[in-house]
Design a protein around this ligand. Structure first.
Ligand SMILES: NC(=O)c1ccc[n+]([C@@H]2O[C@H](COP(=O)([O-])OP(=O)(O)OC[C@H]3O[C@@H](n4cnc5c(N)ncnc54)[C@H](OP(=O)(O)O)[C@@H]3O)[C@@H](O)[C@H]2O)c1
Length: 282
């Protein structure tokens, strides 16, 4: 049974990319269980179903009925196909926010990413550009749309899901690591712009922007690499972790959840490590 959480996010709206499975879905569960409405993105109908009906039912049954609490009337969960490789991804999301969530965004979590590229000596410009599009251009354009339309609210939260690979590199993930490092840098600049000093963004003053750098986590993205690769990852990461076990999606989601709460209002422009000590920052 999931923990009974304080309903501190009632009336708020979160956009989470890649929310139908893995870490993104666990983040969606964490926030929705606190009363936050969710617009979760994915690549196809299956993912839409898993959010619009699956997560909706799960929240009703396992969070509200199980604790005999009333489900907040404002709580709305919706899945949306918005492929991060599509140049229309940002505008598709923004239109859905306008049509289904009254043009309001309090939390943006960028979790979807292009995970594999690329092998050094084996890349073409297509692969390099695809990686830049998915891991840098699309998240930038989503924030651009939400700022331009003034959908962000005061004290909003922007969280970019980064990776341990930005600091512990692997030669088969050159562009992935570069994209994640860029995401961390974007957060520092967004933090500086949106905090309240710059009048152009005063409508969203108090907004924080942070990256969460994630360690080895047991999701399909990792498990589907096969037992040999999983063993190789475990042999690489467990010895450097302080807590030597596979991270679970909920371990990461709970860290992101902390950053989304009011108590995290003074944390901005940071990279937070959610890796069981696999990466020690500070
Ligand atoms: N797992 C780890 O060990 C680990 C470590 C470090 C960092 N991370 C980071 O954590 C984040 C989540 O990873 P995960 O392990 O949870 O991945 P995952 O289990 O593979 O989840 C992928 C999610 O992203 C969506 N997605 C995939 N391709 C997409 C696309 N082209 N456009 C839009 N959505 C797309 C999927 O939607 P569908 O259901 O429609 O496919 C699904 O909701 C990523 O940014 C990853 O780099 C993970």
């Amino acid at each position: 049974m999931p923990p009974s959480r304080w309903l501190d996010l009632i009336g708020k709206v979160a956009i989470i990319t890649g929310a139908s499975r893995g870490i993104g879905r666990a983040i969606a569960f964490n926030l929705a269980s606190r009363g936050c409405s969710i617009l979760g993105t994915c690549t196809g109908d299956r993912g839409v179903q898993s959010l619009s009906s699956g997560l909706n039912d799960e929240i009703t049954t396992h969070v509200f009925e199980a604790t005999s609490r009333e489900r907040p009337a404002s709580l709305h969960i919706k899945g949306l196909v918005a492929n991060i490789f599509s140049p229309d991804c940002a505008s598709t999301i923004a239109k859905e926010v306008r049509d289904s969530f009254h043009g309001r965004v309090d939390i943006f979590v960028n979790s979807a990413s292009d995970t594999m590229p690329g092998v050094i000596g084996d890349m073409g410009t297509d692969e390099v550009q695809r990686s830049l599009l998915a891991n840098i251009q699309t998240p930038v354009m989503i924030v651009e749309e939400l700022v331009r339309r003034r959908y962000f609210q005061p004290d909003s939260r922007i969280i970019y899901i980064s990776s341990i690979r930005s600091r512990q590199p692997w030669s088969d993930q050159l562009m992935y690591a570069a994209g994640k490092s860029a995401g961390e840098s974007l957060c520092r600049t967004w933090a500086q712009a949106f905090g309240g000093k710059d009048k152009r963004y005063s409508f969203m003053a108090g907004t924080t922007a942070n990256a969460v750098t994630v360690g080895l986590t047991e999701t399909e993205a990792v498990v589907n690499c096969g037992p040999e690769a999983v063993k190789r990852f475990q042999d690489e990461f467990f010895p450097v972790q302080s807590i030597p076990r596979f991270g679970q999606a909920e371990d990461v989601a709970d860290v992101v959840g902390l950053l989304c709460g009011r108590d995290a209002r003074w944390i901005t422009g940071c990279v937070i490590s959610a890796s069981g000590g696999g990466i020690k920052i500070g």
